[in-house]
Design a protein. Structure first.
Length: 84
């Protein structure tokens, strides 16, 4: 996994599978819960498929609010905001 950011990571790339078209996870930091919901809705409206609707998750330390999509090329996308 690779994360970019200054004070905290705002962009992650993670490879969880053998390299092939549509492998891995790309994660984007959102400005807030409303931005997570808007990104999810926009992604689905643009042809992506919903993997996990926006909601609270515990996979990132102290918890986050995230949504997961799969784009038409098969890449997994996460939009997330920390709930510290």
């Amino acid at each position: 996994m690779i994360g970019w950011g200054i004070a905290k990571p705002v962009f992650f790339i993670s490879v969880n599978h053998a390299p092939s078209p549509g492998f891995g996870l790309i994660s984007f930091a959102a400005a807030g819960i409303a931005a997570v919901k808007a990104a999810y809705e926009s992604g689905v409206d643009a042809g992506g498929s919903g993997v996990a609707e926006p909601g609270q998750t515990r996979g990132h330390g102290s918890g986050s609010y995230s949504a997961f999509l799969r784009d038409p090329d098969g890449y997994d996308l996460e939009v997330t905001v920390g709930l510290d």
